[in-house]
Write a protein that binds this ligand. Structure first.
Ligand SMILES: Nc1nc2c(c(=O)[nH]1)N[C@H]1C(S)=C(S)[C@@H](COP(=O)(O)OP(=O)(O)OC[C@H]3O[C@@H](n4cnc5c(=O)[nH]c(N)nc54)[C@H](O)[C@@H]3O)O[C@H]1N2
Ligand SMILES: Nc1nc2c(c(=O)[nH]1)N[C@H]1C(S)=C(S)[C@@H](COP(=O)(O)OP(=O)(O)OC[C@H]3O[C@@H](n4cnc5c(=O)[nH]c(N)nc54)[C@H](O)[C@@H]3O)O[C@H]1N2
Ligand code: SF4
Ligand SMILES: [Mo]
Length: 764
């Protein structure tokens, strides 16, 4: 086991006490202090799944700055704009510092209350609702920006403290298609390769990910591969920053991923580029998949995808001829009602060409949230127990109950996924909700319906550190902690388990999330199951829960994480080094063989028609994170992207009489919103894009289609039919925004390669 002492050397050798990233700012904000740094706390970024290593700079008890860590092998001294400003949320003046409650019921204001009053009220109310309407009338809705310890605790809290079957989390909106595909094709729900495999590939195919804006530090790994001559194929309806540099760019119509991938397989079959030996020795089900792929020659797929057949052939040859190819997918392909099938089609391609289990060869979904990987293993999901165990499997139930010390008959069965909680709330089947680490008033599709559901709850509790759009609707708001105030583990997009370290204390009366939850469990009369005194104790219990499971954390300890700079699961024993690359010998099924899955292309749920003639797709920009509740409070990030916009191709804009910067109203079957136009050449003329990081009347999810993928229940955020027209009046938020700031931000946005790029004419 190699011990990396970098962390400690770096801490001692630092001469950077007076250096500050933001000292160039003219205004002396509390974050640009020249104060002496007392401590450098090694930790990781709280935002995306890359989990870059950083030091928090602490003066006294206050986090006043950040430095990237050179010793963490994933980011090696780099941070993106979100990472380098994340520390500013810690001491932000908007932090919630005391509990609040609507003392006189719905309609009364949120008032400051004591912890005792708030927690006792919650316990009393939950118990009363459960007594009248049954245990399942209370739901838990949690999130994957939390540590493994907290994600684990939420599942246990739901099942043991509340005894409800309804517990789920925001990963449902994020990772669930990928999970479905991974479990069906490969048997393990984790990236096949460590990031360090990227420079070992000679072809990389990115489908449905804006890597440059969403995983900025991964881009540097792509450059390293490119420097060694690696080919790059990108499929995205928008010419994103990495697409601009691709050898083959496939600007496909949204919602057509599976036919594109299956057609590439068709070419690979017909040109003799299969890895027959791999197929024979390591997979099942090839013949059906081959037969299905015969249905989709490039000429057929090209029409559906809105591409040229030659482009599909070129991409297939490039991928098929590579010695080691990596295939990356993300939400572009997964946020669809056919998301699982799309993922299976991607896995088929990688399996047919033998791209697994070797350096630089693999298939991975780019996991989104900071703990998007760990969060989907810890038992906060509707049908899951810790260690990705199945809540309907007797053996799994008995094992977890033996660890928890409860009778198996008292363990609830599976409940509703997050997206089905909304209709259950409307039906008044779910009447109360304990929410932590989610902001569905920005993130769920069809916002008008979501608002109706949440407002209709008898009792709604939200734990957050900033008053989110969702917390605004709560009956009780509990002030929790930010990542820098607690310790605990997180599993990054590679499957590497790392650790956050505590740099400071929560402000005012705010408390640690896990303490709040354990305290509430005590008040619900279940304290004996929640006698935790530290995250370490929670971690030790969750390790035991995962012992022998696919995602085995049993051999991972806080010390080992520190010594090795992270440990990849599975790690079955304390002397096991962890498993960076999966599938070297076996896939995750009992027979060790992967599964092909035949694909029949089906279109998205809503196709353009006369009334709604364009396709709307939604997603991210580099400056904001998810619902924006953190990044919209960060001055630099807000300044760069203060409001949403609609990206429209210049031909489409000209046809509709829309000029750059004009207010445009977008209308779908769910609702309408007005945003300024960003006229570009980098999007398909039949498609428009709106970033989704904003709330209230700025929320793109007013428009999106709540239709779900049938197996995993993820919404189709990436495709719906839309009509756009010049607005008759600006939106209600227009005059809140400084026009100079708007203009400046638009200019900056236009300068980004993705906004100004002209798609390569031969391929569009
Ligand atoms: N800056 C930033 N980074 C983030 C996040 C953030 O909010 N902001 N969030 C993190 C999280 S939780 C996640 S899940 C990831 C998401 O990371 P990504 O999936 O990379 O991001 P998205 O913007 O959701 O979508 C990616 C791309 O899909 C394209 N797309 C749209 N429709 C289709 C389609 O039908 N097919 C294909 N092939 N592509 C399509 C869009 O044009 C977009 O460029 O990012 C993580 N990193
Ligand atoms: N239209 C459209 N909608 C989408 C998407 C899209 O591409 N298009 N993407 C979807 C995806 S991939 C995702 S992941 C979801 C995300 O959707 P959400 O989960 O709703 O978004 P977040 O902003 O992460 O919400 C987390 C909330 O919890 C708080 N929080 C963060 N960390 C902690 C913590 O440790 N403790 C506590 N107590 N609170 C915390 C934050 O302040 C924030 O208010 O959005 C989905 N929605
Ligand atoms: S790439 Fe992701 S983890 Fe790294 S600094 Fe940016 S947001 Fe944070
Ligand atoms: Mo996500």
């Amino acid at each position: 086991m190699s011990v990396d002492k970098g962390i400690f050397r770096r801490q001692k050798a630092s001469t950077a006490d007076t250096y500050d990233f933001h000292s160039g700012r003219p205004d002396a904000t509390p974050w640009t202090s020249e104060r002496r740094i007392d401590r450098y706390v090694p930790t990781h970024c709280c935002y995306c799944g890359v989990q870059c290593g950083m030091y928090l700079k602490v003066a006294g008890n206050e986090v006043i700055g950040v430095e990237p860590r050179e010793d963490f092998p994933v980011n090696r001294g780099m941070l993106c704009p979100k990472g380098s400003t994340a520390y500013q949320t810690v001491t932000h003046p908007d932090r919630l510092t005391y509990p609040m409650m609507r003392r006189n019921g719905k309609g009364s204001p949120l008032e400051r209350v004591s912890w005792d009053e708030a927690l006792n009220a919650i316990a009393t109310k939950f118990r009363a609702i459960q007594a009248e309407h049954g245990a399942d009338a209370v739901a838990v809705y949690s999130g994957s920006s939390m540590t493994n310890e907290k994600c684990y605790l939420m599942g246990k809290f739901a099942r043991v403290a509340l005894g409800t079957r309804h517990t789920d989390y925001n990963g449902r909106l994020c990772m669930s298609s990928a999970t479905g595909a991974n479990e069906h094709a490969l048997g393990i729900d984790r990236a096949a390769n460590p990031i360090s495999d990227i420079p070992l590939a000679d072809c990389i195919f990115v489908i449905g990910s804006n890597v440059g804006e969403c995983f900025p530090i991964v881009t540097s790994w792509l450059w390293r591969a490119r420097d060694r001559g690696c080919k790059l194929i990108v499929a995205d309806p928008r010419q994103t920053p990495i697409a601009r540099t691709a050898d083959v760019f496939l600007p496909l119509r949204p919602g057509t991923d599976s036919i594109l991938l299956t057609s590439m397989l068709n070419v690979i079959i017909n040109e003799g580029l299969l890895d027959e030996r791999f197929i024979e020795q390591r997979t099942n089900g090839w013949e059906e998949t081959r037969a299905a792929a015969e249905q989709y020659p490039p000429e057929v797929a090209a029409k559906v995808c809105g591409l040229k057949p030659e482009a599909i052939i070129q991409a297939a040859r490039m991928y098929g001829r590579a010695h080691a190819a990596l295939l990356f997918t993300a939400r572009g392909l997964e946020h669809q009602s056919k998301g699982v099938e799309n993922g299976l089609a991607a896995a088929n391609l990688a399996l047919a060409t033998g791209n697994f289990g070797r350096p630089g060869a693999g298939y991975m979904t780019l996991t989104g949230q900071g703990n998007g990987q760990g969060g989907r293993e810890m038992g906060q999901k509707a049908s899951q127990l810790p260690g990705e165990r199945d809540i309907e499997r007797q053996e799994d139930r008995e094992y977890i109950c033996s660890v928890w010390g409860i009778d198996e008959r008292d363990l609830p069965h599976s409940g509703y996924p997050a997206t089905l909680m909304i209709p259950a709330m409307l039906r008044q089947e779910i009447r109360a909700c304990f929410m932590i680490c989610s902001n569905p008033m920005v993130s769920l599709p069809d916002q008008h319906t979501v608002e109706q559901a949440l407002r209709g709850l008898d009792f709604f509790v939200v734990t957050d550190f900033f008053l989110s759009e969702t917390a605004e609707l709560a009956d009780v708001v509990l002030p929790g902690n930010v990542w820098a105030e607690d310790e605990g583990t997180v599993t990054n997009l590679e499957g590497r388990v790392i650790k956050y370290n505590r740099a400071t204390e929560p402000p005012g009366e705010a408390r640690l999330d896990w303490e709040i939850v354990c305290d509430l469990a005590h008040r619900l009369g279940k304290g004996q199951y929640f006698n935790f005194h530290s995250p370490r104790e929670i971690f030790d219990e969750l390790r035991l829960c995962t012992k022998g499971a696919t995602c085995d954390y049993w051999g991972i300890t806080y010390e080992k994480i520190e010594a090795q700079n992270g440990v990849f699961w599975p790690c079955p024993t304390e002397d096991h080094p962890g498993t960076p690359r999966l599938y070297e010998e076996r896939f995750g099924f009992p027979d060790g063989r992967a599964r092909f899955n035949p694909i029949t292309y089906l279109p998205p749920a809503e196709e353009p028609d006369e009334e709604y003639p364009l396709v709307l797709t939604t997603g991210r920009v580099i400056y904001h994170y998810l619902s924006g509740n953190q990044t919209r409070r960060t001055p630099f990030l807000l300044e760069q992207a203060p409001y949403p916009w609609i990206e429209i191709h210049e031909e489409t804009a000209a046809r509709l009489g829309i000029a750059d910067g004009d207010w445009v109203t977008a209308r779908t079957r769910r609702g309408e919103m007005t945003v300024p136009a960003l006229v570009v050449r980098s999007i398909r003329p039949d498609t428009v894009f709106i970033p989704y990081h904003y709330g209230h009347t700025e929320a793109a999810n007013i428009l999106t289609n709540p239709v779900l993928e049938p197996m995993m229940k993820i919404p189709e955020y990436k495709v719906c039919a839309v009509a756009i027209a010049p607005a008759t009046q600006p939106p209600d938020w227009a005059d809140k925004v400084d026009p100079d700031l708007l203009a400046a931000a638009r200019e900056r946005r236009r300068e980004l390669p993705s906004a100004s790029a002209k798609p390569k004419p031969t391929l569009s």
